[in-house]
Design a protein around this ligand. Structure first.
Ligand SMILES: NC(=O)c1ccc[n+]([C@@H]2O[C@H](COP(=O)([O-])OP(=O)(O)OC[C@H]3O[C@@H](n4cnc5c(N)ncnc54)[C@H](O)[C@@H]3O)[C@@H](O)[C@H]2O)c1
Length: 372
């Protein structure tokens, strides 16, 4: 199979769909890998690294889209990329179609087959191609929160770990899933006094078993949340209700109960955010203030650490990518129901029920499509 990896063109996106290691593995499996010149540079990979791995470098995305059987990317294809997709071509990337009718319409019109990273599942009921980015965003959250707390950035001027004789920052993490657990570990590692709030008792039992003594847990009732938010120097929002917008768990009125200069890092902003006052920001202009509280709401946090994120994503996508290339998408999806769950679009048909519900488009069952 000819596997094409174009350079990402979404603003502020420095990740790349394939690392030189991934390219090398695909070449070892007998595939041809074609990479757009400079595609890896944002993540610290030069063309020479891909050439050493056995890939070929092409000058433009047009050439790659014109000849590749499978396109491997990170972000959803932008309008100019969607115009280059062909009937029968396989697209493997993050799509997030539910809030994006324009992209969905274009993918359907292209006749391509699109497998979305974010809907691929695993045997434990998780989302293995989202988890690495949640791990990255979670570990980054206390780091950017600590920066936001600095006086020059409008923050309260509190050091996460304190110093001898001065207590540490208080950190409340709302949501104890992948993001929340990684955030809590790092915040606790910085010396902060950390409490994780969640509504799932099994999850809190797990956190207490594994991290008891490192950070505390609290049931995320409205009362407990309000109390811990009022006491916190830093609040990290990390909730997820699968398939739904994030619930607003902290109102604007509650900001007045918080300490002046306290910081909010709303990691759940990509699902609308869990603070009433959250609005998406960018890496170029990441923070803003509302009622004396500093907000950090960058929707693609992993892009800040593009190299780590690219390698982490590549580790997770690799087995699926190789299965798709080795067997073709139809056989690979027939053999693996978790990969089949990633199928969102095929030959003008929408194949994901959540996306269909969100956009009011008829859906054809993915299992019917692979049998057809
Ligand atoms: N901004 C970014 O760059 C970025 C990157 C990765 C993930 N995210 C987002 O971070 C969020 C968390 O992702 P995740 O992978 O950790 O999800 P997850 O499913 O692993 O964890 C979510 C947790 O939220 C808990 N929860 C749900 N409703 C709650 C409530 N009302 N109060 C308290 N807890 C509640 C769940 O029990 C679960 O433990 C998602 O919105 C995800 O899209 C953002």
């Amino acid at each position: 199979m000819k596997i094409g990896c174009p350079k990402e063109i979404k603003p502020q996106e420095f990740r790349v769909g394939m690392t030189p290691n991934a390219a090398g593995e695909a070449v070892a499996h007998g595939h041809e890998v074609i990479v757009e010149t400079g595609a890896g540079r944002g993540a610290g990979f030069e063309d020479a690294d891909y050439i050493a791995a056995g890939a070929h470098i092409l000058d433009s995305a047009d050439e790659i889209f014109a000849i590749a059987d499978m396109i491997v990317k990170v972000k959803e294809p932008q309008a100019v990329e969607r115009a280059m997709l062909r009937e029968g071509q396989l697209l493997f990337t993050y799509l997030h179609l539910a809030p994006d009718p324009d992209q969905t319409r274009d993918l359907l019109a292209s006749g391509c087959t699109a497998i979305a990273y974010e809907t691929v599942t695993d045997a434990a009921g998780g989302l293995p191609l989202l988890a690495p980015m949640s791990e990255v965003a979670g570990k980054l959250a206390p780091q950017v929160g600590a920066w936001t707390l600095q006086k020059a950035n409008g923050g309260r001027g509190v050091l996460m770990g304190g110093v001898p004789g001065v207590g540490p920052a208080k950190v409340a993490v709302i949501g104890g899933g992948v993001v929340g657990t990684h955030a809590a570990r790092v915040a606790a590692g910085m010396g902060a006094d950390v409490t994780v709030l969640d509504r799932s008792l099994p999850r809190m039992r797990y956190l207490d078993d594994v991290f008891g003594g490192v950070f505390k847990t609290s049931f995320a009732s409205a009362g407990n949340t309000a109390e811990l938010v009022a006491q916190a120097d830093l609040v990290i929002g990390a909730v997820l209700i699968p398939g739904a917008a994030a619930p607003k768990l902290v109102t604007r009125a509650q900001l007045s109960t918080m300490k002046p200069g306290a910081a909010i890092v709303d990691v759940a902003i990509d699902q609308g955010g869990c603070f009433e006052t959250s609005k998406a920001t960018t890496h170029q202009d990441p923070i803003y203030e509302v009622d004396g509280i500093m907000h950090y709401c960058v929707a693609n946090m992993p892009g800040a650490v593009a190299r780590t994120s690219t390698i982490a994503l590549g580790n997770a996508t690799m087995p699926f990518l190789l299965a798709l290339a080795d067997k073709g998408w139809k056989q690979a999806c027939t053999d693996d129901p978790h990969l089949l769950a990633g199928l969102n679009v095929h030959a003008g048909q929408l194949t994901n029920y959540a996306v269909g519900r969100a956009l009011g488009i008829d859906v054809l069952s993915p299992s019917v499509i692979v049998k057809g």
